[in-house]
Design a protein around this ligand. Structure first.
Ligand SMILES: [Zn+2]
Length: 124
């Protein structure tokens, strides 16, 4: 059966191959020792840190889409901490089954326990 954009499956022929070994490329996740943290990663991380400094104390929405508890220290916990430190910030979380926030920032949070696709399609 042919894959289509409607079944959310990526056709095998579109998966990029590793230029070294020819295996299918995979996500760059911190799940093992193969996470790529090269010069480009550091450059983009510096840009992100600069952006966050510029947002400090300003009206900011920390929008978290589908972040679970595999690596919460990368996005989820920093977003909670930055929301707590900035009284102008709002934390928004869309996550089917794990839409939660600490009580400390509850009054400035919107946690939607729903499918991201459904929520985003209702915005249009
Ligand atoms: Zn390889």
């Amino acid at each position: 059966m042919a894959a289509s954009v409607h079944d959310c499956r990526i056709p095998t022929k579109l998966i990029p191959k590793c230029p070294v070994c020819g295996m299918d490329m995979d996500y760059n996740l911190r799940v093992d020792g193969r996470f790529v943290q090269d010069v480009n990663w550091h450059r983009h991380n510096a840009d992100y840190e600069k952006f966050l400094k510029e947002c400090n104390g300003k009206r900011t929405v920390f929008l978290e889409l589908g972040v679970g508890y595999n690596t919460p220290g990368i996005i989820k916990y920093p977003f909670w901490q930055m929301t707590a430190k900035n009284p102008q910030a709002v934390y928004v979380c869309i996550n089917y089954g794990e839409a939660v926030c600490p009580q400390e920032i509850e009054s400035r949070s919107v946690c939607l326990n729903a499918d991201i696709k459904t929520v985003l399609s209702q915005l249009w």
